[in-house]
Design a binder for this molecule. Structure first.
Ligand SMILES: Nc1nc2c(ncn2[C@@H]2O[C@H](COP(=O)(O)OP(=O)(O)OP(=O)(O)O)[C@@H](O)[C@H]2O)c(=O)[nH]1
Ligand SMILES: [Mg+2]
Ligand SMILES: [Zn+2]
Length: 293
C-alpha cells in the first residue's frame, strides 16, 4: 500500500496536496507525525500510504536539505532574487540581504533584473554587472516583452526555485509566463501603498521542477547568521578569505584588509560592501544583546 513518494505543493487547513508522478493526491498527516511534532511543510519530500477513497496519508517526511521560516517552505535549490530596473527603484540592500540569507542556507542565489523595458540597456547592464562581478549568476528579463524568460526556465530544469524580491518587481508576472498559470498581478499604485498581492505559499510544477512565489519574503530578517560568518556569504569577500593581515578579519576596521583594499580599487562594489557593513552591525548587536541577557 505505501511506498509512494511525492512533494508537498500546498497546505490548506489540515490537508496537504502532494505532487506524485501521475498527479496530485490530497493527504492528511498521520497522528504519529503529529506526536513526533513533525509538521509537514510545503516542499517536503514525503512517503504516502493511499487510502481506499483516493486520499493519502503522509507516513514519513524525508530529512530537509534546508528550509525557510517566512514563508514556510523546505528544500529550495535556488533563490531567484528579482529586482526591477525601475518602478520600484532597486533596493540593493534588500537584494544583498536575500542573497546572503540564501547562501547561509546552502541555497544558490541568482539575480534577475526585470522591467528592462523601463531603462536603457546600459542602465540595466550596470545594475546586473554589480552582481555578475560579485560572482552570482545574473539574468536580465522583461515580463512585458518576454525577453529573458527562456533563461529563467533554463534555471529551473528539475529544481525548486523560489522567487523573492520587493513587492511590484514582477515576480508573479514572470511566474505566469513560466508556468502558463494565471497568477494575480498587482497594479503598482496599490503595491506602493504596501499591500502584497501574492499571499499563499504554493509550489507550481514547471519545467520538471517547481517554482514558488514568496510573498512577504522581502521583510525577512537575517536571524540565524552569525556576524563573524557573514563574510563567507558574500562570494566576492569569501574569495579573498585568508588574504587580510589578520586571520578572521571582519573587514570592518582592521589594517591591511584585502576587502577594504578591493572596495577602494573598485573590485568590490561599494553598495555590496555597505550592505555587508549594515548587516554586520545588525548581527553583532543581536549577539551582544543575547549574551547580556
Ligand atoms: N513595464 C513593465 N512592467 C512590468 C514588468 N513586469 C511586471 N510589470 C508590472 O509590474 C506590476 C507588478 O507586477 P507583479 O508581477 O504583480 O509584481 P510582484 O513582484 O508579484 O508583486 P507582489 O506580489 O506584490 O510581491 C504589474 O503592473 C505588472 O504588469 C516588466 O517587465 N515591465
Ligand atoms: Mg506577486
Ligand atoms: Zn579583511
Amino acid at each position: 500500500m505505501s511506498g509512494i513518494e511525492g512533494t508537498i505543493i500546498k497546505g490548506v487547513g489540515g490537508s496537504y496536496y502532494v505532487s506524485v508522478s501521475d498527479g496530485l493526491v490530497e493527504c492528511h498527516a498521520r497522528g504519529k507525525l503529529r506526536r513526533a511534532e513533525q509538521t509537514p511543510m510545503v516542499g517536503d519530500r514525503v512517503s504516502l500510504a493511499m487510502g481506499k477513497d483516493g486520499t493519502g496519508s503522509i507516513e514519513k517526511i524525508q530529512p530537509r536539505k534546508n528550509f525557510l521560516i517566512r514563508p514556510s517552505v523546505a528544500n529550495i535549490d535556488a533563490l531567484l532574487v528579482v529586482c526591477a530596473a525601475a518602478s520600484p527603484q532597486p533596493d540593493l540592500g534588500l537584494l544583498d540581504k536575500l542573497l546572503a540569507i540564501a547562501a547561509s542556507k546552502g541555497i544558490e542565489g541568482v539575480v534577475c533584473v526585470n522591467k528592462t523595458d523601463l531603462v536603457s540597456d546600459a542602465q540595466a547592464h550596470e545594475l546586473a554587472e554589480i552582481y555578475s562581478r560579485a560572482g552570482y549568476k545574473t539574468l536580465t528579463a522583461c515580463a512585458k516583452t518576454q525577453a529573458g524568460v527562456d533563461q529563467i526556465c533554463g534555471l529551473i530544469r528539475g529544481r525548486t526555485v523560489a522567487f523573492a524580491g520587493l513587492s511590484g518587481v514582477g515576480k508573479s508576472s514572470l511566474l505566469s509566463l513560466i508556468t502558463g498559470r494565471e497568477l494575480q498581478v498587482g497594479d503598482v499604485s496599490r503595491i506602493e501603498r504596501g499591500r502584497h498581492t501574492t499571499r499563499h505559499v504554493e509550489l507550481i510544477p514547471a519545467r520538471g521542477g517547481f517554482v514558488l512565489d514568496t510573498p512577504g519574503f522581502s521583510r525577512l530578517e537575517v536571524e540565524g547568521i552569525k556576524a563573524q560568518e557573514l563574510r563567507l556569504y558574500f562570494p566576492e569577500m569569501e574569495k579573498l578569505e585568508g588574504q587580510c593581515r589578520f586571520r578572521g578579519c571582519t573587514h570592518t576596521a582592521e589594517p591591511d584588509c584585502a576587502v577594504i583594499s578591493a572596495v577602494k580599487t573598485g573590485d568590490i562594489a561599494q553598495s555590496r560592501y555597505e550592505s555587508y557593513r549594515q548587516m554586520y552591525e545588525t548581527l553583532k548587536d543581536i549577539k551582544e544583546w543575547e549574551e547580556n541577557k
